[in-house]
Design a protein around this ligand. Structure first.
Ligand SMILES: Nc1ncnc2c1ncn2[C@@H]1O[C@H](COP(=O)(O)OP(=O)(O)OP(=O)(O)O)[C@@H](O)[C@H]1O
Length: 237
């Protein structure tokens, strides 16, 4: 018998307006993110990307605005800096606030390639390793929605590429819906199912990425998507 259950979007944003004082930075935004969908958000500096992410994370109590937001209860956020507690060891950072989750925490550390580092202090890890811990801390909570604000922005190019591979693997395993804020057009194309371009608080372009895996910048299809996105960003090459 055919099922008539319809897919309910994990994120529903309707007519979202956000203002700092008398300055409007999001102008009536609409956005749906489906379960397990990976959406990347591109935009120039100041276009409103972090404001949108903070609204979805419920971290924007200081901002005026209106509109409707539906997000799941179980949301994890990863920022550019890992925000690990310096006085807690790696495993304790991962399972902070979760009772009896040590075994799950160990498995998460294993998944991000940090088995054996459970008892290290955060300052004994490289920047890339600290971001791996931040990912483990998010994913151990099995979020329905993962919000990531430039999570690889502070990493060197090689580490960033390794983190792309890791994030794809983790998303395939855990299937959260993802909203990734990034300045990096290639990162967006490599990782996302859909890329959205924001300009001055409005969505000005959207691309569904259908390139076959592994996605390579050498692929002509990749170059075509990149060129359209750069156009939308107002960058001529
Ligand atoms: N707390 C705040 N008070 C006043 N204005 C703010 C505040 N936070 C952000 N803004 C302004 O809102 C606009 C959008 O900021 P937002 O941080 O969302 O942009 P962004 O696209 O994430 O930029 P970036 O890529 O540089 O991080 C910017 O012009 C910024 O100056």
């Amino acid at each position: 018998m055919a099922s008539n259950t319809s897919l309910v979007a994990t994120v529903q944003v309707r007519d979202l307006v956000r203002r700092y004082g008398d300055r409007t930075v999001l102008f009536g935004m609409d956005l749906d993110i489906e379960p397990g969908e990976f959406v990347a958000l591109l935009g120039k500096s100041g276009s409103g990307k972090s404001t949108l992410l903070r609204a979805l994370a419920g971290l924007d109590h200081d901002v005026d605005g209106s509109g409707e937001l539906a997000v799941p209860d179980n949301v994890s956020v990863v920022f550019q800096d890992s925000r690990l507690l310096p006085w807690a060891k790696v495993l304790d950072n991962v399972v902070l606030g979760l009772n009896g989750a040590e075994e799950r925490g160990r498995r998460s550390l294993d998944e991000v390639g940090l088995a054996g580092r459970e008892n290290a202090w955060p300052n004994e890890l490289s920047g890339g390793e600290q971001q791996r811990v931040a990912l483990a801390r998010s994913l151990v909570r099995e979020p329905e929605l993962l919000l990531a604000d430039e999570p690889f922005g502070a990493l060197d190019a090689l580490t960033r590429l390794k983190m792309h591979v890791l994030l794809r693997k983790l998303c395939a395993a855990h299937q959260p819906a993802v909203l990734l804020v990034t300045h990096d057009v290639d990162e967006a194309i490599v990782l996302a199912d859909r890329v959205i371009v924001l300009d001055a608080g409005r969505i000005v372009a959207e691309e569904t990425i259908t390139l076959a895996a592994p996605r390579s910048a050498a692929d002509p299809g990749f170059a075509a998507v990149r060129s359209r996105l750069l156009d939308a960003l107002g960058v001529s090459v």
